[in-house]
Design a protein. Structure first.
Length: 444
């Protein structure tokens, strides 16, 4: 049986990577291979490995193992709980010992013994699994605004319980990151949080995805499969875009949540499950209940604690805090140094409307870092921002296009009604469906 761990291997030698891939894939759930050391940090951030197997010498300007020590130091500083196992040639053993003193979990000598390398990696992974979500999960983007400070305090109180949480907010505000943070601070953090996008689950596969199925339950069911509810038992389950679930399927989910039991397709035996449920939606779920598009009893079931993430345009104090954080992150990743913002860049970012919220800000800073010149300071010209989205209330309406005026009116109405789309539509004198269509058109 494979060990349920993810191993990331960094070595510039293609032959070494191919040999390790053949060996490690027989023993571990996932193996990621990289040849370029410059992508180590992003590969760890994206893949959340349990162990990094790091070569001490890469083909670059670094010599005599110094590059391996450099990346070891970076990994230890950013992910202190993530074990790093060094690979070194016989002549580099003194260097490997230096690496151990710098925080490496162990070292492997080339040419390696297959049984020994597997034993070392399994041992390293077993020591870190309980810290996996803490050490390698993306970090929540709190900012420093009063709104986010209050939300952070509330999350600290809620996370320690098993209360069901509903997270609301526009696309790009960080709902999934907040769910990760709640799980990280909970008593269930030893196991990874499972995620399911309810809007992406087809109606025909809904029951199989959540409840599982038995072999032969339907055409194509060639083996038994656990559903997400059973798989997440003992941990947290994050149901994203819960508002997109078709009405006739909501009753099945409600019944399972009420009874804490599920029956897999093709089975007659109910199975109990124990999950901490976290849901999220970018829709006005109260208005959906009022319109009969979402079951009121299901909302009560998932809405023990509601946490709302305000859009970035409503907390401008956080824009520069987050932008500087992203500039430092991507500057280090792509340029080898932390980058800063010029006054002109800062003014442009604060004046922008950010319809895509934090996700758009992060991508904008990343792109600016990539296309900027040799300076370690980003200027306003490095940022390519939409002219429509950047319209601010201070711009005279006479200088706007009709589309810009309409977008601003809709945005102001939504803000004034605090996200209540039914009230905003009534204020604007249009139907809710027309409002939805215009929100999609203007990426609101």
């Amino acid at each position: 049986m494979k060990n349920d761990s993810h191993i990331l291997v960094a070595d510039d030698n293609r032959g070494v990577l191919e040999a390790l891939e053949l060996l490690l894939r027989r023993h571990f759930r996932q193996v990621t291979l990289i040849r370029n050391p410059a992508v180590i940090m992003s590969a760890v951030a994206d893949g959340r490995p349990d162990v990094v197997l790091l070569d001490m010498n890469f083909t670059s300007a670094f010599n005599n193992g110094n590059e391996g020590l450099y990346w070891l130091e970076r990994l230890r500083a950013t992910y202190p709980q993530l074990p790093v196992v060094l690979m070194t040639a016989f002549a580099d053993i003194p260097l490997a010992i230096k690496g151990i003193k710098a925080g490496a979990a162990d070292f492997i000598q080339k040419p390696w013994d297959n049984d020994r390398i597997v034993e070392i990696l399994i041992s390293a992974a077993s020591k870190v699994r309980k810290h996996r979500d803490v050490s390698c999960s993306p970090v929540m983007y709190w900012g420093e605004s009063d709104e986010m400070s209050r939300l952070k305090d509330l999350v600290g109180k809620v996370a320690a319980t098993d209360a069901t949480v509903l997270i609301t907010g526009e696309n790009g505000t960080g709902k999934e990151l907040l769910a990760e943070e709640i799980h990280r601070l909970s008593g269930r953090a030893e196991r990874p949080m499972l995620k399911v996008d309810m809007g992406a689950v087809s109606e025909t596969l809904f029951e199989s995805e959540l409840f599982g199925h038995r072999k032969g339950a339907f055409t194509g069911a060639v083996s038994d499969r656990k559903g997400k509810l059973a798989e997440a038992s003992g941990s947290s389950l994050f149901m994203d875009e819960i508002g997109n679930m078709p009405l006739h399927l909501q009753a099945k989910l409600l019944s399972a949540l009420q009874n804490r039991q599920l029956t897999a397709l093709g089975s007659n035996h109910p199975v109990s499950f124990d999950i901490r449920l976290i849901c999220a939606t970018n829709r006005n779920i109260d208005a959906m209940v009022a319109d009969g598009a979402f079951r009121e009893d299901l909302l009560y079931r998932i809405n023990t604690i509601r946490l709302h993430l305000p859009p970035l345009r409503q907390r401008k104090d956080d824009i520069l805090v987050l932008a500087r954080r992203f500039a430092a992150e991507f500057g280090t990743r792509y340029r080898g140094c932390e980058m800063s913002l010029s006054d002109s860049a800062a003014n442009r970012l604060v004046g922008y409307h950010w319809p895509g919220n934090i996700r758009e800000l992060r991508h904008a800073v990343e792109k600016a870092v990539i296309i900027s010149g040799s300076s370690d300071t980003l200027s306003a010209s490095d940022f390519e921002l939409s002219t429509v989205a950047s319209v601010s209330p201070e711009i005279p309406k006479a200088a706007m296009t009709i589309e810009e005026m309409e977008r601003q009116m809709i945005s102001e109405a939504i803000d004034a009604c605090k996200g209540n789309l039914s009230a905003a539509a009534q204020q604007l004198g249009i139907t809710r469906q027309t409002l939805y269509n215009k929100m999609r058109r203007y990426a609101l």
